[in-house]
Ligand binder design. Structure first.
Ligand code: APR
Length: 237
């Protein structure tokens, strides 16, 4: 088996599903409860800011009640295990929850933003935020009121950290996709980027994603079961 030194993992809502956080496109998921264009676009925010602020206030509260599951904890164990062997793991997550961090992972990039920071459109600051935004509070950095929005990347906006992600892909020797439907770009295109660079690719998901045919290897099942088993294999436990 090829020597593995640098792993890059892309995660999606499926890795947090067993922590009780709704996914987007599964049965009864968030996009069946709310129209994307109403709560996940700049136009929707301009049209009805209260609807959008309440939507994210609800999710911010739910996330703080959720706990990391065995999949999040296993990835943190993988990060420590690789570090002990002078190898590396980067977790690129599409999720806006902090369950990777609370599960013990350090090297995490939130390409779609984070629920627990707000974005002040007056000073462009991103203060940590655990409360609600519906009451239009003042920004703790600049003092301006009414300019704080969720620090979440909406459709039509540029994901964060893309240069760092492509730089990590250029030195990786394994790309693993966990708990994502492969429905949204640019994340859904990372597997093709990896293949184009001759990087081994693997999918761990409940069911085949929209990009499943691009992966060299795939394992299907619940993340809390298949991710710890895979981590044990990689660490040789
Ligand atoms: N274990 C493993 N996989 C699971 C589990 C589970 N317990 N539960 C669901 N899944 C899988 C589903 O089969 C699906 O393929 O996780 C995937 C979730 O897909 P989506 O709901 O589309 O979520 P995601 O891929 O993260 O969406 C990407 O779309 O709306 C935007 O910004 C939003 O970041 C999000 C992006």
């Amino acid at each position: 088996m090829q020597e593995i030194n640098n792993i890059i993992i892309l995660t999606g809502a499926g890795i947090s599903q067993e922590s009780g956080i709704d996914t987007f496109r599964s049965e009864g998921g968030l996009w069946e409860q709310h129209k994307v264009e109403d709560v996940a676009t700049p136009e929707g925010f301009a049209r009805d800011p209260d609807l959008v602020l309440r939507f994210y206030d609800m999710r911010r509260e739910a996330i703080q009640k959720a706990q990391p599951n065995d999949a999040h904890i296993a990835l943190a164990r993988l990060e420590q295990g690789l570090k002990a062997q002078d190898k590396s793991l980067l977790i690129v997550t599409q999720n806006v929850d902090d369950l990777h961090e609370r599960g013990g992972a350090d090297n995490v990039l939130h390409m779609h933003g984070q629920h627990l920071t707000a974005w002040c459109t007056a000073c462009d600051g991103r203060p940590e935020w655990r409360g609600t935004l519906i009451e239009r509070p003042a920004c703790p950095l600049c003092g301006e009121a009414g300019h704080l929005r969720p620090d979440v990347v909406w459709f039509g906006e540029m994901p964060y950290e893309m240069e760092r992600i492509y730089a990590a892909l250029s030195i990786a020797d394994l790309f693993v996709s966990i708990g994502t439907s492969g429905a949204v770009y640019p994340a859904a295109g990372f597997v093709r980027e990896a293949r184009g660079q001759g990087i081994k690719t693997m999918e761990l998901n409940l069911e085949p994603s929209q990009g499943s045919h691009f992966f060299d290897e795939a394992r299907y099942g619940k993340a809390s079961e298949i991710v710890p088993a895979w981590v044990d294999e990689i660490l040789g436990n």
